[in-house]
Write a protein that binds this ligand. Sequence first.
Ligand code: EPZ
Length: 417
Amino acid sequence: MDKLAIQGGARLQGEIRISGAKNAALPILCAGLLTADTLRLENLPKLKDISTSLTLLGHIGMQVSLDDKNGVDLQAAHLHTLEAPYDLVKTMRASILVLGPMLARYGEARVSLPGGCAIGSRPVDLHIKGLQAMGAEIHIEHGYIHAKVTRLQGARIFMDTVTVTGTENLMMAATLANGITVLENAAREPEVTDLAHCLIAMGAQIEGVGSDTITITGVESLHGATHAIMADRIETGTYLVAAAMTQGRVKLLGTRADTLDAVLEKLREAGAQIDVEADSISLSMQGRPRAVSVKTAPYPAFPTDMQAQFMAMNCIADGVSRVTETIFENRFMHVQEMQRLGASIEIEGNTALVRGVEQLDGAVVMATDLRASASLVLAALVAEGETVIERIYHIDRGYECIEEKFSQLGARIRRVH
Ligand code: EPZ
């Protein structure tokens, strides 16, 4: 298995380009199932999760043609199976996003239950309840969700927990339902908004985009469109934290600040100087970051996908901070790995108390989930000596060319096969 070897101590300088957002691309790829026409996507990130998703969609029968400029043409005129098999779904939970579109377009779907993952049980009960409210008959047997319906009916659906992919699944399903669907307590994440913009370009009728109440008026069919995937705000935040930790000066191109208010606010509180232009963000940090407490919550509050990265910064910051995780029940897997690097962290329930230390020490550590792995890279960039991170397949799922981009900024990082 590949590893990353990192020599700490380099201040990050220079500029890199941010890739398309994984968590916008994944639902938008599945939206291709909603039409017989061609859906053309641009700014697609080159990630393991994207290729997994394209493999699954190809297995179902979607024609996929990738070009060499991060573009892809999708066409789902004739599918040859309505089943998303376990061996593909188990590698990527977001495969559940084929359920809503398949049900809406074909009236049937068999999708393997995604199962849990490192950060929590991650049920899909709200996806299922919403589709049942729209008239789908759903049985769960032998680890598969088997759903059937003549035609989905519009419904008023209240989701008692804010769910990003739940909102996305139901919004896609509702675009072809008979009548009006209202999603209440919907997720407001920018990736949900990006999906809505793509669906509207395909002819969907959606009101309330970006709010917690989304109203979809079903139409008979959707047509093809061209859509550019939004920039990845979590990749952006990850590199900004890396620049702050290493007291560097970086400029991130092809990204937007208006999806990262909570993160930029916290970075300024830590002492970073941040300048924003239409499609770039610059950060410079003089001196050691100040400790900043964060508490994760649904958008527009502080994102759970940036929790581990801020914990890494707090490990070497000046002061004591509290990091509270309210979305997932087990998203502190990076703590024990950071303790191996010399961090001083105490966990009390869903809050970690972090006492900043002057210096971390390089060690061999293990990646456990995507964002935890990224936070170990950040810690390694400032640790004394060499750090080796094992099981970095987690990182490749969500960060395009991570060692090239960090090397471009002056980090001493290499992949060890
Ligand atoms: C999405 O996951 C993201 N993944 C996650 O990013 C992100 O951490 C998460 O949203 C929260 O922002 C994609 O978009 C592909 P949820 P998702 O449904 O949709 C509970 C990354 O690192 N819940 O919003 O699976 C659930 O247990 C990944 O890129 C139910 O109870 O998350 C959790 O506690 C990690 N029942 C909370 O809601 C349901 O039916 C939020 O989960 C669905 C969710």
